[in-house]
Structures are given as structure tokens and as C-alpha cells.
Design a binder for this molecule. Structure first.
Ligand SMILES: [Zn+2]
Length: 162
């Protein structure tokens, strides 16, 4: 979704660059983002803020990892999940989560603290656990560590207006 009704809030410009500028008021931005219902957002696994980039930043950006390499890593992580539990992490039921996404003492304490802080529903907590399980698989880690949960938590940051 756009960050505001006009879509230009948070746009980064290099000096002298021309283009549309956001003039939305904080109240308009709040009303706009609150149109997306909480329960709907709750069902979306990854919430990532993507700030607008200037043409200069895009052109001068260093080359990233190749898609082929990322694809290989993703295939391997999915294979790990399927071999372990017979399905993808996303498809894990609540009962299977207890078995295949069990947390150690530190990770459990951290997860409890974060879920309490954000007032997450059981569904939200389960989604974070599944994402953390995937992050651990991508790192080829048998256990879900606190760092994997911390990364997963970043993908569920509260959206303005919620
Ligand atoms: Zn705007």
C-alpha cells in the first residue's frame, strides 16, 4: 500500500531534484492507513517498508546478490522444512508448530516479551514463529534462535493507524 493518499510521503530526493511533494496532513495519513483493517493486516506475513528512492540512488546502487543464488538458498530452505515436517513452514498447524518450531529458554523468553509488548493475537505470534522457522532454515540452523525471532519481528512492525 502507499504510505499516504498521494503516495509521496517519505520520498527521498537529491538536492535540486524536482517532482511531486507530499502535502498530506498527519490526520489524512492516519485516516488513509486505518482503512486497512487490523484483521486483514494480521493475515499478511511480511510487512516491509520500502521508501521511495531517487533516480540517482537507484542508478548508483551496487549490484545485489543474483536471483539464481537467492533461488538456490530458498529451494534448500524449503527442502529442509519438507524433510523435517512434510510441509512448508507456512502450512504448519498450531499443534505442529509446538513440535517443529519449539523454542529454547532464551528465545521463548524473548518471544513472550515481544508478543506481550505488541499485544499480539495467537495468530500473529504463530505467524512470527513460522517466519522465524523459515529464517532459521535459510541460515541452516536446526534451532530457532533469538536472532531469528528478532528478524521475524521486524517484518510485523505496526503500520501507522493501527
Ligand atoms: Zn501524501
Amino acid at each position: 500500500m502507499n504510505p499516504c493518499p498521494c503516495g509521496y510521503a517519505g520520498q527521498v530526493r537529491s538536492p535540486g531534484q524536482k517532482g511531486p511533494v507530499c502535502r498530506c496532513t498527519p490526520d489524512q495519513v492516519h485516516r488513509y492507513s486505518s482503512k486497512v483493517s487490523g484483521p486483514l493486516l494480521d493475515r499478511i506475513d511480511l510487512h516491509i517498508e520500502v521508501p521511495g528512492q531517487s533516480a540517482a540512488m537507484l542508478i548508483n546502487a551496487p549490484a545485489g546478490e543474483s536471483t539464481a543464488l537467492i533461488q538456490k538458498r530458498c529451494h534448500h530452505a524449503r527442502l529442509l522444512a519438507t524433510q523435517r515436517q512434510g510441509c512448508s513452514n507456512h502450512a504448519l498447524s498450531s499443534a505442529s508448530l509446538d513440535k517443529h518450531a519449539a523454542l529454547g529458554v532464551d528465545a521463548l523468553a524473548y518471544m513472550t516479551q515481544v508478543a506481550t509488548h505488541f499485544g499480539w493475537s495467537g495468530r500473529s505470534s504463530h505467524r512470527v514463529l513460522k517466519i522465524a522457522r523459515t529464517i532459521a532454515d535459510l541460515a541452516q540452523s536446526a534451532n530457532i534462535e533469538t536472532a531469528h525471532i528478532a528478524e521475524a519481528v521486524q517484518y510485523r512492525r505496526p503500520v501507522a493507524g493501527h
